[in-house]
Ligand binder design. Structure first.
Ligand code: AMP
Length: 362
């Protein structure tokens, strides 16, 4: 089967690496050169809204999926006239706008932090009355890895925050004093079968995912059941196909949805070495209509992102439990260049190996 992927970053690369053993062929639409998917399929190098490139991209494909969320809506609409697009475009449109996303969570009964749209300086004041302080001011669109957000602690910061984003559509969210951050991933088939990966604990630094522990330590059945129920609700509401990630804040025993990602997700990279079937393989199985694989964890896994610079490869590989995944990207501040998975039978061994990795990436 010929699978078209919108985007050619590391997620596209890991999709292609997982799809080749299944006999799948890939074509990517990716504006940047070089790109992590180079050499793993045909790459149409063009902007996402180039109509001629879109026609070349679509020719001979069986279906289209995406690894990049900020694909213009009209690009997806044009492709949808001739090909199945999975996950469905309605969920992509919703996830592209933080207000639409939070309204969907509210409508579906998935708890989330209080929020208020902001499109003017006076609306910001109104939003603070509604949401309270401290709060987080975020761009409605095109925010990722903590980009496009400012924490507001007091009224003195309002002018500064407004000036930083002036002219953009914003949303103010209540600041959540969370106990920890969690993420749940699931995969849904076209027939509606769902496989859930275990709930994982995530740690962000400067808004970027730094590490994941899978399964989440001391999560208990209550949290796991609640997270699965929220994910199921969202998946069923959108008649979802593929992998969906739901990022959550845990506050005591309560879960609040932060955001969803209608694609394979960084908090699922541990599955490459730590689960029976990786999120990449299961996403592809779902979108092409093959039976889903087991999402079971094989033991205990820690995933650490390599951000901005790469430690010596030899030093990482000297740690016996470490599995290295590099994305072929040039080092740059704040850029995700690769990740390391550490899989062991018990959490103690994972923690010991994690300490060694942390000393290398510090
Ligand atoms: P986001 O881009 O919305 O996923 O935010 C990136 C990270 O910023 C999150 O993983 C949290 O660590 C932090 N963050 C975002 N929104 C909030 C919030 N409302 N309250 C507290 N922390 C937040």
């Amino acid at each position: 089967m010929n699978v078209g992927v919108l985007g050619g970053g590391q997620l596209g690369r890991m999709l292609a690496l997982a799809g080749r053993p299944l006999g799948l062929h890939f074509r990517f639409l990716e504006p940047a050169r070089p790109a992590p998917v180079d050499g793993l399929g045909e790459v149409i190098r063009a902007p996402y809204d180039d109509p001629d490139a879109l026609r070349r991209f679509a020719r001979g494909l069986d279906l289209v999926t995406y690894e990049f969320e900020n694909v213009p809506a009209h690009t997806v609409r044009q492709l949808e006239t001739s090909l199945p697009v999975r996950p469905p475009s309605a969920v992509l449109r919703t996830a592209q706008d933080r207000v639409a996303e939070k309204e969907a969570f509210e409508r579906l009964g998935v708890p989330t932090a209080a929020f208020h749209p902001v499109d003017s300086r006076s609306a910001l004041k109104e939003a603070i009355e509604h949401v309270g302080l401290p709060a987080v001011l975020k761009t409605r669109r095109f925010g990722y890895d903590g980009k496009g957000q400012i924490v507001i602690d007091g009224p003195r910061q309002l002018d500064e925050a407004w000036a930083a984003f002036s002219g953009r559509q914003l949303v103010l969210e209540a600041f959540v004093s969370f106990t920890r951050e969690l993420s749940i991933l699931g995969v849904r088939s076209p027939a509606g079968q769902i496989a859930f990966y275990p709930l994982v604990e995530t740690e962000h630094r400067r808004g970027i995912l730094y590490s994941t522990l899978a399964p989440a330590p001391l999560a208990g059945d209550g949290l796991e059941t609640c997270a699965r129920a929220h994910l199921r609700t969202v998946m069923e509401a959108f008649d979802y196909v593929g992998v969906l990630a739901l990022e959550l804040f845990q506050r005591e025993d309560e879960l609040l949805a932060n955001e969803m990602a209608p694609r394979v997700h960084n908090s699922g990279h541990w599955t490459l070495d730590g689960a029976c079937t990786s999120q990449f393989e299961n996403h592809l199985r779902a979108v092409v209509g093959l039976p889903l694989g087991s999402p079971e964890a094989l033991g205990h896994t820690a995933m650490v992102n390599l951000i901005g610079r790469l430690p010596a490869i030899e030093a990482i590989l000297e740690i016996p439990e470490a599995k290295l995944h590099l994305y072929g990207k040039e080092p740059r501040t704040g850029r995700k260049l690769g990740h390391v998975n550490i899989v062991a039978a018990d959490p103690g061994s994972v923690r010991a190996a994690l300490k060694r990795i942390e000393a290398l990436v510090a």
